[in-house]
Design a protein around this ligand. Structure first.
Ligand code: UT7
Length: 301
């Protein structure tokens, strides 16, 4: 996470808002802003920490997949910048643009390469500086977003690990959450209410899909890791699906919505704090611009 912190009271001085409104409607208290660090530097740092934790060296990486909607360049891709920084010469590299679902899409892609035996070790990095595309005069959006990066190493192995994954898109509704690539207004434009409605249904659909495809019940899952956009969305989904309290991990109060990075940031915190035990099943679910939504069922190895 970048060091600079932007609190709700900082935002009170920038737009007509209040800590009370932001906390009640979103659960967010503060977010990090990438002031002195670039998207590729955050990605590289996250990648190094994940590789160290996994005991994997740069020359073992076959593919680098980067999820981002805030790259530094149209080309070279973020993944190629990370390759250069890691000196991962054997890897081929590409980026995925699926907004806040980007990490889950990347997991699904990595799983396909591993299951078809085209790769053994794949590094996934998700890095975002949403502050670069946020209009800090628009109170409807500027209170929501933050910057950060997360990474995972996925490897071929004998144990289950990745059990199943599903990706969905509704291009028809792209205009409810968009950022133009060219022109004057290159900021996030969003119909919050529409995205909220979509988000609750999308999370429920993905979880039900993963459970029924794999003949599992909600109680078979130890942890649900949702894209951290808004704690109210997570509560609404949990109550619809009767997910037990304590099975959902939430850190949106510290970081706001970091788009594709939010799920790997959660996984890292959970892993380092010893919250996930070997053999436990997890479901991760992302949703966002596109519109896109996706999820994966994992067994922690
Ligand atoms: O990764 C996916 C990214 N997007 C999302 O996850 C967004 C999903 N949507 C949401 O989380 C919610 O829709 C929001 C948090 C964005 C907004 O909450 P809401 O309960 O849907 O509020 P609203 O848009 O209906 O606005 C209610 C009122 C409005 O005032 P009036 O028209 O009732 O007088 C807004 O102008 O709140 C006002 N408002 C604010 N007031 C203080 C909107 N933003 C703010 C603000 N501070 N920051």
């Amino acid at each position: 996470m970048p060091e600079h912190v932007l609190t709700n009271s900082d935002l009170e001085a920038m737009v007509e808002t209040s800590d009370e409104w932001i906390t009640e409607r979103t659960g967010i208290k503060q977010r990090r802003i990438a002031k002195d660090i670039s998207v590729s530097e955050m990605a590289t740092e996250a990648a190094k920490r994940a590789m160290e934790n996994a005991g994997v060296s740069s020359d073992e990486i076959d593919i680098i997949i980067a999820a981002t909607i805030t790259p530094e360049y149209f080309t070279p891709s973020l993944s190629c910048l990370v390759q250069k920084a890691l000196d991962a010469k054997e890897a081929f590299c590409f980026d995925v643009n699926a907004a806040c679902s980007g990490f889950c899409y990347a997991l699904d892609i990595a799983d396909c390469y591993i299951k078809t035996k085209k790769a053994k070790t794949i590094l996934i990095v998700a890095s975002e500086a949403l502050s670069h595309i946020t209009d800090y005069t628009d109170r409807r959006t500027c209170v929501l977003f933050g910057d950060g990066a997360g990474a995972v190493v996925t490897r071929a192995g004998d144990s289950k690990g990745m059990i199943d994954s599903v990706c969905r898109s509704i291009g028809e509704l792209g205009n409810v959450l968009q950022v133009k690539a060219f022109g004057d207004n290159r900021f996030i434009e969003m119909n919050g209410k529409e995205v909220y409605k979509f988000a609750v249904g999308a999370n429920v659909e993905i979880i039900n899909n993963l459970l029924s495809n794999n003949r599992l019940a909600i109680n078979d899952i130890s942890h649900f890791v949702f894209h951290q956009a808004n704690s109210r969305i997570i509560s609404a989904v949990s109550s619809r699906l009767h997910i037990e309290a304590g099975k959902t991990y939430i850190n949106v109060e510290k970081y706001g919505n970091t788009s594709s990075a939010s799920i790997p940031i959660c996984l890292d915190e959970m892993n380092r704090n010893g919250l996930i035990k070997q053999g436990e099943k997890l479901i991760v679910v992302g949703f966002g611009g596109g519109l896109t939504y996706a999820g994966a069922l994992l067994e922690w190895v």
